[in-house]
Structures are given as C-alpha cells and as structure tokens.
Ligand binder design. Sequence first.
Ligand SMILES: [Zn+2]
Length: 138
Amino acid sequence: MENCIFCQIIKKELPASIIFEDEQVLAFLEINPLAEGHTLVVPKEHFENIFDIEEDLLKKIIFVSKKISEKMKEALGTEGVNLVQRSGIVAEQGVFHFHLHIIPRKKNDNINLENWWRQKTKEISPEKLEEIASKLAI
Ligand SMILES: [Zn+2]
C-alpha cells in the first residue's frame, strides 16, 4: 500500500535493520526502541490489524516471534519479553499495517509495566464478569 511506511520497508524503499525475512514475514529493529533489540514483526502483505489479517499468517508471525525471542535470550541475555500488538485507533495503533512488538526485558530495566497495569485495573463484580463472558463466548 502506498504511503505505508512498513510496505516501503518491505519493498526496500526505506532502510531497516532486518533480522528475519522470508516470503511472508519481515522482522526488523524498532528505530525508537523501549529496550535494545526491540523488534517489529510484520506480514509482507498489507493487512491493517488483527481484524483483517489472515489466520495462517498470524500463526507464522507468532512462530517467528518465538524464534526471535529465543535468539534474544541467547544473543542479548534477554530474561523475558513482552509481545505487544495494537489494533485500531482507540488502541493507539500508530502505523496501520499489522505489527507485533517484541520488547526484550531484563531485571531492573525500568519499563515497569506492572506498575502501570495495577494503576489502570478496574473493580468488577462476578456477575458482570459472567455477563461479559457469555457475550464473548466463541
Ligand atoms: Zn503496509
């Protein structure tokens, strides 16, 4: 898709530090990393987000993300990873080409996701949980 920064990277019209590439998937380093090794994994075909990406391609992206996570552990001493995916404007998606962030984590890396998480969680009754679960049952 024209004017899509990730499609331009895939077509090699823009530079990127590529760490994995095959016919379907590309993985490259985030240029504004939260941590050293922060990686984006994208489908080569343009899909906007979780709602339209093909299931088999999504499986492939998860598989590649596992391989990259394992490599981070081996090569960077990464102790854990966060996989982050934002789909939709309200979810603060920035680039509208599906991408999965792999954020390598180390002890005392000052990212503090747990603190943020705890501040944002909401109280909810068991009845409300059940009501929502029945709506979402697939
Ligand atoms: Zn694109």
